[in-house]
Write a new protein. Sequence first.
Length: 157
Amino acid sequence: MERRAKKSVAAVVKSVKAAESGAGALLSILHAITAEFGYIPGDAIPEIAGALNLSQAEVYGAITFYRDFRITPPARHSIRLCQAESCLAMGAVELIDLLKTRLGIGPGEKTPDNAFSLDTVYCFGNCASSPSVMIDGRLYGRISAERLKKILDAIKD
Ligand code: FES
C-alpha cells in the first residue's frame, strides 16, 4: 500500500484553524498534527503559537499536560499495559515484570533502538477480560504471559 505524503505542519494548522477557533482549536490542532506525524515536531510549536496568538509556553504547556501528546517521535511499536485494579488482580504484575525483563525498559520509556515503547494505562474499559494490553493500537484481553510472549515474537522489524 502506498503511503501518502505528509502535510506540512503549516498546512495542518491552517486546515484546523479554518474549521475551529478559540480554545478548542489548540487541542484540535495538536490532535491533527499527532495524527499526521505521530508526535508534535519542535517546529510546530512556534507555528501553532503564531496561528492562535498564544505564547510558545502556552502551547508547550498544553502538549506536556496531556498524556496523548508527545514531542519526540514514537517508537515503532507501542505497548500499553493496564495497571488498574481488575487487571492487577488478574496478573498484570507478572506481565509488567515480563515486559521490563524482555525489553529492558520500564513504563514511560522506549528501547534504545526505538523499536518499543512501554506505558501503563489505568483501565481500557475491558475489565471483564482482564488482564488487558494494547499493542500497536490493538486491544488484547485475558492476556497470559505465554500469549504475550507469542505476540511479541510475531512482531517483525
Ligand atoms: S482494569 Fe484493566 S481494563 Fe479495566
